[in-house]
Write a protein that binds this ligand. Structure first.
Ligand code: HEC
Length: 149
């Protein structure tokens, strides 16, 4: 399990460390792999809640998602979406309505941080709702800013 955590945490944080000099195509590749890691993290958190086990690990994943959301703007440089011809589902609204996009990122950051707190709390009853809230933060951004293939 430890090894697994290390991999996911690296996947979630590495792109961020390297973001400064990323070209549009590199940014698209990095954010897509970060999104996939976030998806895996959500699956692991869901399982931890269902089985009421591995909650410390799940907390690390939730924090990693929050941290990733905080820094993700850097992975969406101009001209890195599908209209620039890249293999990407990122829609132009990201760049024409950045305030709204950043609000969605901030929402994910808050929801994932709240999820981490719910995972650490003794009372398990708030965990499913906190997970659903975070999943909705992902989904609501996709509905507006990601192309539906
Ligand atoms: C602020 C907006 C936003 C939020 C929040 C967000 N995403 Fe995304 N997501 C996107 C965009 C835009 C793309 C398309 C990126 C691309 O193709 O370049 C995407 C793509 C993806 C993909 C497909 C990656 C691929 O190309 O294979 C997955 C999986 C995904 N997101 C999962 C998640 C999960 C899980 C969360 C929440 C923990 C999340 N996303 C939160 C905007 C968001």
């Amino acid at each position: 399990m430890k090894f697994h955590v290390l991999i996911a945490c690296c996947l979630l944080t590495l792109p961020i460390l390297a973001h400064a000099q990323l070209s549009p195509i590199e940014a698209a590749i990095e954010r897509q792999s970060g999104m996939k890691s976030a998806d895996d993290a959500m699956t692991i958190i869901k399982r931890a809640i269902e089985t009421n086990s591995d909650l410390d690990t799940a907390t690390l994943y939730a924090r990693a998602i929050a941290d990733w959301a905080r820094k993700m703007t850097a992975l969406f440089p101009p001209n890195s979406g599908r209209s620039a011809g890249l293999k990407s589902a990122a829609l132009d609204d990201i760049w024409t309505d950045p305030a709204e996009f950043n609000r969605r990122l901030a929402r994910l950051m808050d929801d994932a941080a709240a999820l981490a707190r719910a995972l650490r709390a003794d009372d398990p009853s708030a965990r499913p709702a906190a997970l659903a809230q975070t999943a909705d933060a992902c989904r609501s951004c996709h509905l507006k800013f990601r192309a539906d293939f």
